[in-house]
Write a protein that binds this ligand. Structure first.
Ligand code: HEC
Length: 451
């Protein structure tokens, strides 16, 4: 085991990782080049310079898919409502669109956003800052759809299922939503994102909008709602998307009984500009902040790694669930500085300086530390780390590259023991690794995609 690095250093390292980002690719149109974590299933992240617009354009919006994107024919698509209801229903898109139209601006954030900054690390999509975006969602209230079917006594949770098809033997991505959240006036079934029909990657024709909650509840390609009297007991409710919801020591093992489902996202902010380098003088620090159902009220900025703070200016529109832009005029002297932003919401919750580590790496919201070199000329970028030349055994190709490519592996930094658990998960999902091949495979994975 490596000795645990101090959290303070880790924060700075996280900032540095952002500072040396090779993805600075914004254009005059405000379009940024998304970072590909995986081409299929599609996982795309928005680079930090995208955190400038209040509404995130669809082409800049992160994408998270557990499976290949399904193609849905709107003409034959139906939403089935069953279980503890008086009248089981099958609704067409046209029938849903007849219900009162509602618009809502809201942040969609992946539960795993920021996972890559946790130390020790854990498997999963290695998001940095950008698996979050803010859109205008148009649709109907979920409770209006439920009222059409009429709920039977005892109905307490909605099992939500989409048109996505599991790969191999992986469990179907199904989530359940407690009735109180489903009946909230802001919980929608959306058919438009920023005024246009949802794209396939964002859940065409209908996805759930659960404002203030993490993306795992915003089920895409929705085809089925089943009213249950209990929380759904499938893998994506009972094993995935759970956290201790209280402090645990980094690296601790937490008993499954101690874990609760992820619900609310956390108050958070991201600095979009400056990048890794700025010229001395007046520098505009800008970015966005967001929260759960308690809106952002304040963003503080530090240019000395958190020793002193000044209040930033809040810009644009204050919406209940949306991004809030901020800016701060920084008088930058030559040298290397650490910028930090810290948002506070109406409930008085502020971003912590230290991340709350949890076993699956959810809901990261520590204050971001961004190292900026202030100099008259741009310093040259540090050399990229050389990749290990470990040679792949034949089993790797056969067993690991049949469902997805190696993007899934390349983003991980796992110990041999963590790879062992990951291989067990994947063989459970249908990957074929014989007993006498396993050791060579683990040696390779740990050498090639290790710490
Ligand atoms: C039967 C199809 C299938 C095979 C074969 C397969 N995987 Fe996966 N794997 C998946 C799917 C689907 C995901 C994405 C799950 C998600 O996004 O939630 C995934 C995700 C991953 C991830 C990301 C972390 C996680 O757990 O979601 C890693 C790492 C990974 N696979 C490694 C491997 C390795 C190593 C092998 C070979 C031993 C392998 N996979 C073989 C289907 C497969």
């Amino acid at each position: 085991m490596n000795p645990m690095p101090s959290t303070r250093r880790h924060l700075l390292k996280a900032g540095l990782a952002a500072a040396v980002t090779p993805y600075l690719a914004s254009s005059a149109s405000g379009r940024v080049k998304l970072i590909t974590l995986s081409p299929g299933p599609v996982d795309l992240e928005m680079p930090v310079e995208g955190f400038i617009s209040e509404i995130t354009p669809v082409e800049n919006f992160f994408v998270r898919c557990h499976t290949m994107t399904p193609k849905v024919d709107a003409a034959t698509w139906q939403l089935e409502i069953s279980g503890l209801v008086n009248t089981p229903l099958k609704l067409s898109l046209a029938e849903i669109k007849k219900l009162p139209k509602v618009e809502l601006i809201g942040v969609l954030e992946c539960a795993g956003n920021g996972r890559s900054f946790y130390k020790p690390g854990m498997p999963g999509a290695q998001w940095r800052f950008g698996s979050v975006g803010n859109a205008k969602w148009t649709g109907v209230r979920l409770r209006e759809v439920l009222a059409k079917a009429g709920l039977k006594p005892g109905a307490a949770h909605l099992l939500l299922d989409g048109a996505d098809v599991p790969m191999g033997k992986m469990p179907d991505f199904q989530r359940s939503l407690p009735l109180a959240k489903a009946n909230h006036e802001d919980t929608l079934l959306a058919y438009e994102m920023n005024g246009k029909p949802l794209t396939a990657e964002h859940g065409f024709p209908i996805r759930v909008i659960a404002p203030g909650w993490a993306g795992d509840s915003w089920v895409k390609w929705l085809t089925k709602i089943e009213l249950l009297d209990h929380e759904h007991d499938g893998f994506w409710m009972k094993t995935a998307y759970r956290h201790p919801a209280k402090h645990v020591e980094p690296g601790a093992t937490v008993a499954p009984a101690e874990l609760v489902p992820v619900t609310d996202i956390n108050v958070k902010s991201v600095i979009a500009t400056p990048g890794a380098w700025a010229k001395p003088g007046a520098v505009l620090v800008q970015g966005v902040a967001w929260s759960n159902s308690s809106p952002v009220t304040k963003v503080d900025l530090s240019a000395d790694g958190g020793k002193t703070w000044n209040e930033a200016k809040l810009l644009g529109n204050a919406t209940k669930y949306g991004f809030r832009r901020f800016s701060y005029q920084w008088k930058a002297a030559e040298g290397t500085h650490t910028l930090m932003a810290r948002a506070t919401n109406a409930a008085g919750q502020a971003q912590p300086m230290e991340p709350e580590w949890n076993p699956s790496g959810y809901l990261y919201n520590a204050s971001q530390a961004r190292e900026v070199v202030v100099a008259k000329t741009q310093p040259s970028a540090p050399a990229a780390k050389a990749e290990s030349a470990a040679e792949a055994p034949a089993v790797y190709k056969q067993a690991c590259l049949s469902c997805h490519d190696d993007h899934m592996m390349r983003q991980q930094h796992l110990t041999r023991a963590q790879w062992d658990r990951e291989v067990t998960k994947m063989t459970g999902w249908g990957s074929e690794v014989k007993d006498d091949q396993r050791s060579a495979l683990l040696d390779f994975l740990a050498a090639r995609f290790g710490l």
